[in-house]
Design a protein around this ligand. Structure first.
Ligand SMILES: Cc1cc2nc3c(=O)[nH]c(=O)nc-3n(C[C@H](O)[C@H](O)[C@H](O)COP(=O)(O)OP(=O)(O)OC[C@H]3O[C@@H](n4cnc5c(N)ncnc54)[C@H](O)[C@@H]3O)c2cc1C
Length: 462
């Protein structure tokens, strides 16, 4: 008998969710990650007294996703500070609030919200190849209402043009947020911090008998005659740097890979999968479909905003770039992110994924962006600390444009290999970021178990 019922590759939001849920359901489960840190793309790590994240800024779960996962495994996802107002920068008018800048007719807005609440999730699945504006125009022509929905899509999904905002993916999230929180867009800081979040899930995994191996790279999923047999781990440490095929096989009949489309074929031999399926993966993995931005951490001794520092500020263009973006004061959300008496701000200027390897463009745009943020918030003229980072490898996710979402993404079950699943927000899934990853993992876990988990009710699954 294999040592584990399930081996999960990756200890990010999806891997820890899958591992903790399966352990809670009595399965012998091992979660591995090549990194020494928990959290994958949402890890938080110390750097010269500050705490910085690869990703993971705000959680967009209104309550039925990642929050329920915590509940099911006996933990609590603490909903901490919330952004309410959304200050917006305009190159002519300066700072203003979303309410002033994007006010449509209230009755028309209510009509659209009601129509959305009345539309079943399954009906939204039929809009995978259509844009958001087409769906809204069934109910109103009010441009203010359209602008409001589309503005949230710019921020949440980093899509730019009106024809690039996918109807289905955007409306799933809007419907959830309206239904569960009575608001268009809900986002909060995790009360236990991003590192505390993943520590709690890892703790739940272990408490229920699961195992975790960090710093352990899976070289390949071992597949024989269309069945999963295990995962191969290379010998460590290697003595010859070019050592190859010296591996330990950990036996299991089920593997859940949480690797995104960009690197999943490094561990699953593509010859084991149908050509049309790997073609879907490769199509989505193209640079131009990666959500990418120029990331910047700037610390100051004083807060730089004249509005509530907990607000998530946004813009469609900076004074000298046409990059949309965001900024918030992370220390206002969680003072433990920076040394006492300092404020750590995180911000990003969104760039086309196709530019992610163009070093000259990246450097020039970074410099312009840094000059611009000092215009938008003069307090950034003399930061006491800075970390530039490029959001490309890894990316936030695959861009959620029509034709790139829903059924256009590869299914979570490998079509022809027994026991091989893909739980990733870059595969078939709905939601935003870490919550989307957790929901993808829940879908796979329930598929593997062959039943629904009662904690999650009868709500939508994907
Ligand atoms: C800059 C940025 C900002 C973001 N902001 C937010 C936000 O504000 N809110 C939000 O909810 N989401 C945000 N996200 C998105 C969020 O981080 C991801 O959606 C989520 O973390 C994905 O989780 P995952 O488990 O599916 O994948 P990942 O986190 O990518 O996990 C995959 C794991 O697999 C491991 N791995 C890879 N190869 C191997 C191997 N061969 N063997 C073993 N392990 C391996 C990796 O180390 C990684 O830990 C952001 C992302 C980025 C990059």
């Amino acid at each position: 008998m294999a040592k584990y019922d399930v081996v999960v590759i990756g200890a990010g939001a999806a891997g820890l969710t899958a591992g903790a849920l399966l352990a809670k359901e009595g399965r012998r489960v091992l979660v591995t990650d090549r990194s020494p840190w928990l959290g994958g793309r949402a890890m938080a790590v110390p750097d010269e007294g500050f705490k910085v994240n690869i990703g993971g800024h705000l959680i967009e779960d209104p309550g039925s996703g990642l929050t329920k996962v915590f509940e099911h495994v006996g933990k609590e996802l603490v909903h901490g500070e919330v952004s309410h107002e959304m200050p917006i920068w305009d190159n002519e008018k300066g700072w203003g609030s979303v309410r002033d800048r994007y006010s449509g007719n209230k009755a028309e807005l209510k009509k659209v919200i009601k129509a959305l609440l009345d539309t079943p999730y399954e009906e939204l699945d039929r809009w995978d190849d259509r844009c958001l504006r087409d769906w809204i125009h069934q109910y109103t022509d009010d441009q203010g209402v359209v602008d409001l929905f589309e503005f949230i899509s710019v921020l949440e999904c980093m899509t730019d043009n009106w024809y690039d905002h996918s109807a289905s993916d955007n409306l799933y999230v809007r419907k959830m947020h309206f239904a569960e929180r009575g608001t268009a867009a809900y986002s909060c800081w995790p009360g236990q911090g991003w590192d505390g979040l993943w520590d709690d899930l890892a703790d739940a995994l272990r408490q229920h008998g699961g195992e975790l191996r960090l710093g352990t790279t899976v070289e390949r999923v071992v597949i024989e005659n269309g069945e999963v047999k295990g995962v191969a781990i290379p010998r460590e440490p290697r003595v010859l740097p070019n050592e190859i095929f010296e591996e330990e096989v950990i036996e299991t009949s089920c593997v859940i890979s949480t690797l995104p489309v960009w690197n999943v074929l490094n561990v699953v031999d593509e010859h084991e999968l149908p050509e049309w399926y790997t073609a879907q993966i490769r199509f989505l993995a193209q640079d131009r479909f990666r959500i990418s931005w120029l990331g910047l951490y700037l610390a100051t001794e004083e807060p730089v905003t004249h509005y509530d520092p907990r607000e998530l500020a946004t813009w469609l263009e900076t004074p000298s770039t046409n990059c949309t973006g965001f900024m918030f004061d992370q220390s206002a959300m969680d003072p433990s992110c920076s040394p006492p008496g300092t404020h750590l701000h995180v911000m990003g200027a969104i760039i086309p994924g196709s530019k992610g390897r163009d070093r000259r463009y990246l450097r020039e745009t970074f410099e312009a962006f840094e000059r611009d943020v000092a215009t938008m918030w003069p307090g950034f003229e003399k930061p006491i600390w800075r970390r530039r980072h490029l959001v490309f490898e890894p990316s936030f996710g695959v861009i959620q444009m029509p034709g790139l979402v829903g059924t256009y993404r590869p299914h979570w079950r490998a079509p022809n290999v027994d026991g091989l699943y893909f739980a990733s927000e870059t595969f078939r899934s709905r939601g935003i970021g870490t919550d989307r990853a957790a929901r993808a993992a829940l879908t796979v876990v329930e598929d593997y178990l062959g039943r629904r988990l009662a904690t999650f009710g009868d709500g939508w699954r994907y």
